[in-house]
Design a protein around this ligand. Structure first.
Ligand SMILES: NC(=O)C1=CN([C@@H]2O[C@H](COP(=O)(O)OP(=O)(O)OC[C@H]3O[C@@H](n4cnc5c(N)ncnc54)[C@H](OP(=O)(O)O)[C@@H]3O)[C@@H](O)[C@H]2O)C=CC1
Ligand SMILES: N[C@@H](CC=O)C(=O)O
Length: 398
C-alpha cells in the first residue's frame, strides 16, 4: 500500500457524478478525497450533498491548491473537451466518462498524455461497470484477436428488452430508461446508435490500435423499428439487439459497424437483457470469451470511475502499445453482409443493391427482403436510410 493521496476536483454531479459520490461515501477510502465539485446549478446540488463545496466556475477547481486530480463527468462533450485538455496540459491525472468527447478527440488526448507526462483513464466510458478497456489493453496484447462484438448501450438494450419481454411501448420504455438515469441527456444518441459507435471507437483503439472517426462507420439504430420487425424476429425465433462490431476480415482488414442484429439463441448476447452490456471477444486460438455487466446507471458507472481513480494510486496508464504494431489491420467498408430490410416503397427498396436474395415478402402493410448488401453502400446511404420508413438488421447465418 503506498501513501499517495488523491484530492479530486470533480466536474458534474448528475447520474454518474452523484453515483461516484455515493460510492465514495459508502466505501470511505483513506486515500481518495472529494475536494470540490463544479456544476452548472450550484443550488440544486448543494441540497443533495450539503457537506460538499460546489462551484459553477471551472477556474475555482483549477485554482484550488488542494486539488491534484480531475474527474470529468459532465454531459456536454465540448465543455468536457476543454476541461480535460486544460487538466492534462496542466499535468493533472484525469478520469473521464465522456465517450462522445473521447471518440472525437482520442488521437489528441493520447498526444497530450505523452506531452505532459500524465494519465487519462476512461474505462467507465465504455460499457459502464465492465472493465473492457483495461482488459483489451493489458490482456489481449497480441495479434490473435479477431473480433470484439457486443451490446454497448444499456438504454437501447433496456428498451428492446421491455418491448420484447414485457410488451411495453417504445415511448414508455424510453421514458423509464431516462427516469432510471441510463439514457444520455439527448437520448437520440442511445437510440440512433451514436453512443454505441463512440464506445466502439474507443474499444477499437484498445483492441486493434486503430482509430476510425465516427463519420466513417456505418451507424444505424433502433429508432425506425416497428411491430412488423418485432413480428419477423419472433417468427424466426430471434431477438433484435443493437450491436457494435469490430472484426478483422480477410487480408488484415478491419470492419466496424453499429446496427441491429437479429440474434439466434445460440449467441451469448441473445440473453443480455435490460441495461446490461455484453461483449464477446473472439481470438484465433481461444475461440470466444464473454464479458457481461451493468452498462449504465449511477452506481455501476460510479464504481467504474472509482476504479479508474484508484488505478492511479499505483500510476496505472494506458500504453496504447497496439498503435505501434506493424501488423495493425486496415479499416475498410469493403465487405458484404446479409441483412433483413423492411421497406415501404419501390424507391426505398432501390436505395440498396441487394444480391443473393434468400427471402422476400410483399403485402400492403409489410414488405421485406433478406439479401446481401455491401457495408460501403450502407455507409454511403446511411442518412437516407435513417430518414426513410425502413428498418434493417444484420441477419447472420446460424
Ligand atoms: N448515465 C450513465 O449511465 C453513464 C453516463 N456516462 C457519461 O458520463 C457523463 C455524465 O453523464 P450523466 O451523469 O448521466 O449526465 P447527467 O445529465 O445526469 O449529469 C450531467 C452533469 O454535468 C453537469 N454539467 C454539464 N455541463 C457542465 C459544465 N459545462 N460545467 C460543469 N458541470 C456541467 C450538470 O450540472 P447541472 O446538473 O447543474 O446542470 C450535471 O451535474 C456523460 O458523458 C455520459 O455520457 C458514462 C457511462 C454511463
Ligand atoms: N446512455 C448510456 C450510458 C452509459 O454509457 C447507455 O445507455 O449505455
Amino acid at each position: 500500500m503506498n501513501d499517495k493521496q488523491i484530492y479530486i476536483g470533480l466536474f458534474g454531479f448528475g447520474t454518474v457524478g452523484k453515483g461516484l459520490y455515493d460510492v465514495l461515501k459508502k466505501i470511505d477510502p483513506d486515500n481518495v478525497h472529494l475536494v470540490k465539485v463544479c456544476v452548472r446549478n450550484v443550488a440544486k446540488h448543494q441540497q443533495q450533498a450539503p457537506e460538499l463545496e460546489f462551484t459553477s466556475e471551472a477556474d475555482d477547481i483549477f485554482a484550488d491548491p488542494r486539488v491534484n486530480f480531475i474527474v470529468e463527468l459532465i454531459d456536454d462533450a465540448d465543455a468536457a473537451y476543454a476541461i480535460v485538455k486544460r487538466a492534462l496540459t496542466a499535468g493533472y491525472p484525469v478520469v473521464s466518462g465522456n465517450k462522445k468527447m473521447l471518440a472525437a478527440h482520442l488521437p489528441e488526448m493520447i498526444e497530450l498524455q505523452k506531452q505532459h507526462d500524465t494519465a487519462l483513464l476512461y474505462d467507465a466510458s465504455a460499457c459502464g461497470s465492465i472493465p473492457v478497456i483495461r482488459n483489451l489493453e493489458e490482456y489481449y496484447d497480441n495479434d490473435l484477436l479477431i473480433s470484439v462484438k457486443g451490446i454497448l448501450n444499456g438504454s437501447s438494450n433496456f428498451i428492446l428488452s421491455k418491448i420484447f419481454n414485457e410488451g411495453m411501448t417504445y415511448d414508455a420504455a424510453l421514458a423509464l430508461a431516462q427516469k432510471l438515469g441510463f439514457a444520455e441527456s439527448d437520448p437520440t444518441l442511445d437510440i440512433g446508435g451514436w453512443d454505441s459507435v463512440f464506445k466502439l471507437i474507443i474499444i477499437t483503439m484498445h483492441a486493434f490500435g486503430v482509430y476510425v472517426p465516427s463519420n466513417e462507420i456505418f451507424t444505424f439504430g433502433i429508432g425506425n423499428m416497428n411491430e412488423h420487425d418485432i413480428q419477423f424476429a419472433v417468427e424466426k425465433r430471434r431477438r433484435i439487439k443493437l450491436v457494435g462490431w469490430a472484426e478483422k476480415v480477410a487480408h488484415n482488414r478491419l470492419i466496424l459497424s453499429v446496427m441491429p442484429h437479429l440474434l439466434s439463441k445460440q449467441k451469448y448476447i441473445y440473453s443480455v437483457e435490460d441495461e446490461f452490456n455484453g461483449v464477446v471477444i473472439k481470438g484465433l486460438f481461444y475461440y470466444k470469451q464473454f464479458m457481461f455487466g451493468q452498462g449504465a446507471g449511477g452506481f455501476p458507472t460510479g464504481s467504474a470511475v472509482l476504479s479508474d481513480i484508484t488505478a492511479q494510486l499505483y500510476d496505472y496508464r494506458y500504453e496504447y502499445k497496439k498503435l505501434l504494431s506493424s501488423h495493425k489491420p486496415v479499416f475498410t467498408n469493403d465487405h458484404r453482409l446479409r441483412v433483413y430490410y423492411r421497406y415501404d416503397t419501390p424507391h426505398d427498396l432501390n436505395l440498396l443493391n441487394f444480391t443473393n436474395i434468400s427471402e422476400s415478402y410483399y403485402s400492403d402493410s409489410f414488405k421485406y427482403v433478406v439479401g446481401e448488401v455491401s457495408l460501403q453502400e450502407l455507409h454511403d446511404r446511411a442518412q437516407e436510410l435513417r430518414n426513410a420508413p425502413v428498418f434493417l438488421s444484420l441477419y447472420p447465418h446460424d
